[in-house]
Design a protein around this ligand. Sequence first.
Ligand code: SF4
Length: 68
Amino acid sequence: MSNSNNGSCSTCVHFGDGVPNEQLVQIRVNGSSDGNILGGCDLPSNAALHLKVSPISSCDAYQSLKAA
Ligand code: SF4
């Protein structure tokens, strides 16, 4: 399931719940170093915990948008 552990949440398919659509597109296209932005992670094991992450966060379950 994991493609890489080098990516950040900003380009992960699981990132973005609760982030306004326009802002999410900008984050995905331009990246973001703004650690104040928080979005939900819909990876099932994280969603159950209502985990909120920033675009610069990451984890071993990272799955690139490009591979989706
Ligand atoms: S916490 Fe992991 S699975 Fe969730 S959005 Fe970030 S990289 Fe993806």
